[in-house]
Design a protein around this ligand. Sequence first.
Ligand SMILES: [Cu+2]
Length: 193
Amino acid sequence: MKTCLMICLVALASAPALAVPWTVQVRNAAGQPLAEAVVAVEVRGRAARTTTAKAEMGQRERQFTPQLLVVQTGTAVNFPNFDTVRHHVYSFSPIKVFEIKLYTGTPSEPIVFDKPGVAALGCNIHDRMGSHIIVVDTALFARTDASGIARLDLPAGEHQLKAWHISRKTPTLQSQALTVTAAGGQSVVSLSE
Ligand SMILES: [Cu+2]
């Protein structure tokens, strides 16, 4: 009897928490919805999620493509140059300082983004080129649609909600506490610049 109780308790404790639908609307200080904002949820008690995934930030027609890339910590990002002109890609952002000097084709070594946060990229040759890589410590992330709304499936509990948008001058994700109830629901992020 005692054994059974123990086994049942262990089974309960290790059962994955059910995810519930949750929407997050990101607004600016004036209350307007922000499209193409990044929303990430760090689940309390769950170790930071790192990955060995690969991703790509190309350059085509003298622009970065995509303009915004969201990856998990540990992702190796390639920077293929699809143009015939050379590019010189760099980041001075504290989470990843690097430089790929004047090149064509795909550099042999990817850049591993091993710290969470915001990396702003540029090209030394083409001043107009710019893009962002947002690195998050979680597999739970999404982007907002034209209504500023991101949809996620989250486990109930106390979490940390992080958000970023290109209009934000502070080069970090804004963070706030998030309580997810079993019934599902919604939250609003008022993103400061
Ligand atoms: Cu360039």
